[in-house]
Design a protein around this ligand. Structure first.
Ligand SMILES: [Cu+2]
Length: 311
């Protein structure tokens, strides 16, 4: 979903956001024979994550690429994104059921507020990484076909062609069998919640100034991400809520600092990922711009916005 949110969110916000979808976690594994042969003998130490290295490159301003392996084994995987471009680059991932393609995915999520098809699942991956830097996230990947996309735009505001439109997208396979691996606990948590009806929110624990090792989890039924903006001096969370709820372009200075926003990719209910988030002390607004799977307003318009104070 390219977004037209009045406040023009930082790229991270909306773009990557868009997408994921839905529902049918149930489908997975139902018909699998329960037995799996060569499981490694039980061992006390958790297995080290497999690595999945992605590199973002560019050929001029109009040809963008993501390079990554064709496949990785199901289980705990650390995805790294090395940004060899001169602009911020991202790598969101999504599991595609029924052999749908990454192009179909992009098309499905391009329209703001549209329903999110049930063949779009799981999600995750990386939000924008600065030029010359490498970011990483760790998550448990289920077997299947995945799409990978870079939804950053040159302008940074979600308008215009994305890097994905310019070629930075592709597909890879996570090979079976399903893994029993668990995502390791982290010192800090950020949780997106919903009750499947009309209650949405965030919970945070242990986040502090500096670099945080964070477990981001979606315990709800809908798709969520967490986009985090510093609240500007003299503004309150009420100002931010009002601005995001309005359909009109804002008057005067924005209540949040879009330039210094940070956040996560979109993940499905029941999915989690470990990532690093770096904060300065201060007040932040934590927001979700994703809509329900049935379509409709972004969750922020239904109250999915919370104030986070970092000390
Ligand atoms: Cu949400």
């Amino acid at each position: 979903m390219r977004t037209t949110t009045p406040l023009c969110l930082a790229r991270t916000a909306i773009t990557c956001v868009a997408a994921l979808g839905a529902g049918a976690l149930a489908g997975c594994g139902d018909d699998e024979p329960a037995s799996k042969p060569a499981a490694p003998a039980a061992s006390a130490a958790p297995a080290a994550p497999a690595s999945f290295a992605i590199e973002a490159t560019a050929d001029g301003k109009t040809k963008k690429k993501l390079t990554f392996p064709d496949s990785v084994k199901a289980g705990l995987v650390t995805l790294t994104l090395k940004n060899s471009d001169s602009v911020p680059r991202s790598a969101g991932i999504v599991r595609l059921l029924d052999d749908h393609t990454v192009e179909e995915f992009e098309k499905a999520v391009d329209k703001e507020g549209a329903p999110i098809p049930a063949w779009i699942e799981d999600g995750g991956g990386l939000t924008a990484v600065k030029p010359g830097q490498t970011g990483s996230v760790t998550q448990v990947l289920a077997p299947g076909k995945y799409g990978i996309t870079d939804d950053e735009t040159e302008s940074g505001d979600g308008e215009g062609k994305s890097n994905s439109d310019l070629g930075a997208r592709g597909e890879f396979t996570v090979t079976g069998p399903p893994s029993e691996a668990k995502l390791p606990d982290q010192p800090a948590t950020l949780t997106a919640t919903d009750d499947g009806q009309d209650e949405y929110g965030f919970e945070f624990d242990g986040l502090k100034a500096g670099v945080n090792q964070v477990r981001f989890e979606n315990t709800g039924k809908e798709l969520h991400h967490a986009i985090i903006f510093p609240i500007n001096k003299g503004k309150t969370i009420a100002d931010v809520t009002a601005a995001f709820a309005s359909d009109k372009p804002p008057k005067g200075p924005p209540p949040v600092d879009f330039e210094n926003g940070l956040g996560t990719q979109v993940i499905d209910g029941g999915i989690a990922q470990n990532l690093e988030l770096e904060f300065k002390a201060g007040k932040y607004a934590v927001v979700c711009f994703i809509q329900d799977r049935k379509g409709g307003k972004p969750h922020v318009a239904q109250g999915m916005i919370d104030e986070l104070t970092i000390e």
